[in-house]
Design a protein around this ligand. Structure first.
Ligand code: XMP
Length: 313
């Protein structure tokens, strides 16, 4: 029988390893507010204290108030954190791109270039990443290109970006990461948080990403999150379609936006099932998306993973 997972000894061992591996250098970690990157940040800070800098890249693709919440939580735990405003660079990089893989590539390159600029400016030689086992398994299996798994695309980070990458959570799956996060004192809004993808809302706007479409999907995300906060599920989010459809607004036919609701149950994101949402709740979400945002159609996605993925891109 394999030994049950012990978060305490994991923390002890990883802190020690990180301390050795970082050596005398300074380390950087990009935090998104997700349990993986936040756990990595706290582990790193335990290992090397102030020689770790956490940065929140304000890429324009995050949800409302995310930057403020993330910085506040980390500061409370003694982690040094800075917010960098980089949204122009991301929208520029995504401009005109409609192919999902090209969009992911543009996101990834902009993301690492931004980090690399920070690292060079601050003479930081190590990047900590919150890559977890599912990311590695799925990228190797070709299910997805995860933005933070560089080796799969043959990138040598030291040559291309000037830093070494350490991934302390690489062997863990999500439930174990949450256990570690709780032990580290991260608050429930982080430890129990539903996953949110690194490329943020850019993969929830199908087709070309523009600030206006991101703003719409950001507002829709707020509505869906508010309405499903008590619904047990792994993820609940809206996706903005690239196609449009006819609707009737104030008695006039209008060609407008279509939003798909994706609400799934899952343990580790490797497989997922659509949640049987109460009809009344589905109706309420639809009512809010149409009346508050002027969307003309709301669809519910019934597809399990596989054959679908959880995200649309
Ligand atoms: P898929 O869509 O591949 O997603 O079934 C599985 C899980 O991974 C999340 N996801 C990502 N997370 N960077 C991330 O940090 C990414 O590029 C990325 N793509 C998908 C997704 O939200 C789900 O939890």
């Amino acid at each position: 029988m394999p030994k049950p997972f012990d978060p305490e000894s994991f923390i002890e061992q990883k802190t020690r390893e990180l301390r050795e591996e970082i050596g005398e250098e300074r380390a950087l970690v990009a935090v998104s507010g997700g349990v993986d990157s936040m756990t990595t940040a706290v582990l790193g800070s335990r290992a090397v204290g102030d020689r770790l800098l956490a940065v929140f890249l304000n890429d324009g693709l995050m949800r409302e108030k995310e930057a403020e919440q993330v910085s506040k939580i980390l500061r409370k735990l003694g982690v040094k954190v800075e917010v960098k405003e980089v949204s122009k660079k991301f929208f520029e990089a995504l401009k005109g791109k409609t192919d999902p893989e090209e969009k992911r590539k543009a996101f990834r390159e902009t993301f690492y270039t931004c980090l690399s600029e920070i690292a060079r400016e601050k003479k930081i030689g190590v990047l900590l990443q919150g890559t977890i086992a599912a990311d590695v398994v799925e990228t190797k299996g070709g299910v997805k290109t995860q933005h933070n798994v560089l080796e799969q695309i043959g990138i040598n980070p030291l040559e291309k970006y000037g830093y070494r990458i350490l991934e302390p959570l690489k062997e863990l799956y999500k439930p174990q990461v949450r256990e570690v996060a709780r032990k580290l004192g991260l608050p429930p809004e982080v430890t129990e948080r539903r996953p949110f993808p690194g490329p943020g809302l850019s993969i929830r706007v199908l087709g070309e990403v523009t600030p206006e479409k991101v703003e719409l999907v950001r507002k829709a995300t707020k509505i869906v999150e508010e309405e499903t906060k008590d619904t047990p599920c792994f993820q609940a989010f809206p996706v903005l379609m690239s196609d449009q459809a006819t609707g009737v607004i104030k008695g006039k036919r209008r060609y407008g936006r279509i939003i798909v609701l994706r609400i799934v149950a899952s343990e580790d994101a490797m497989t997922a099932q659509p949640v049987e949402l109460p009809w009344a709740l589905l109706r309420r979400i639809t009512e809010r998306l149409t009346s508050e945002l002027g969307v003309v159609r709301v669809l519910y996605d019934l597809t399990p993973k596989p054959p679908a993925t959880i995200e649309f891109e």
